[in-house]
Design a protein around this ligand. Sequence first.
Ligand SMILES: Nc1ncnc2c1ncn2[C@@H]1O[C@H](COP(=O)(O)OP(=O)(O)OP(=O)(O)O)[C@@H](O)[C@H]1O
Length: 357
Amino acid sequence: MAKDTIIRFERVTKIYDGQVVLDDISFDIERGKFYTLLGPSGCGKTTILRLIAGFAEPTEGAIYFHGKPVNHVPANKRQVNTVFQDYALFPHLNVFENVAFGLRIKKKKQAEIREKVIEALRFVNLEGYENRRIQEMSGGQRQRVAIARAIVNEPEVLLLDEPLSALDLKLRTEMQYELRELQRRLGITFIFVTHDQEEALAMSDQIFVLNKGKIQQSGTPKEIYDEPVNRFVADFIGESNILRGVMLEDYLVEFAGKRFMCVDKGFRPNEPVDVVIRPEDLQITTRGQGKLQVRVDSQLFRGVHYELCCYDEDGNEWLVHSTKKAEVGEEIGLYFDPEAIHVMRISEDDGEKSDEN
Ligand SMILES: Nc1ncnc2c1ncn2[C@@H]1O[C@H](COP(=O)(O)OP(=O)(O)OP(=O)(O)O)[C@@H](O)[C@H]1O
């Protein structure tokens, strides 16, 4: 175990009412990093947080904190605090008392409580708001009170369950910056849950992409965006062109009825694969040039770029992001570098069977 490992999940399975919610998952959480659990609704993100917090126990497998098993250690004995989606603040208490709550339960001295609460409020830029009632605070401010209430206990790990989902887009973006900055200043581990891929890419050191109770991929935002391991991840992280293809030999792949040089190797000869090309990696050329010929079906202006939806002669759809404009109905060529082609193994739980099966 790396010396910075705080939490380890070892082959953890969670079953609720006969339904497998987490399916044999293993991962390590290290000190001082920003982790994100990303996946669609119901994939098991909150269940992982509940297991870490001690609100639920694994059905199988083991959870370790600093190398010691904690499966049966109750929530109040873990160095973990949670910020919930609805913040779960006490409406009848003012800001100061909301933040002080955990320290009062621990029977800390008045002077110490005062010092720590003020410090926590300063961390989240709410100094001077001590006597405000919760109802008098905006959504973003309530969110910060909830964070202050969690960090005042000096947890090693802060769990955040979709804490930004109640905020409007502008405030949400602001809070993304604030949270990331706060994590850096505090230096504690954040485990953040979201189903928003842009949020995950913007904020995290490490992302776990989940689907159907399994970790599909774990990596830095760049690794996950640039090198998705399967169709699910490629599709979930940003817009993509995903096609079925065949890896003919090392560095040679066939899709859309043509052969292309690529940078991938290590597949079986003629192995069926999924191929991903990001819309921004496609360049528009004049008709007859480029590597593929397509017809522009529709075009939208998206501010920084045009988004084109095109079809090739086999009927495959191609999404293109380009600063160049094209005309609807126009025949154009598409060029892409060999590096723009990402070849992925076809995974068992894609929902579609590979050609060989
Ligand atoms: N206490 C429980 N009892 C029974 N089933 C549960 C319980 N908690 C969660 N589940 C089920 O486990 C599955 C995963 O739930 P979980 O809340 O972990 O998903 P999630 O990825 O956090 O979803 P969301 O993004 O919608 O919050 C769901 O099908 C849910 O119905």
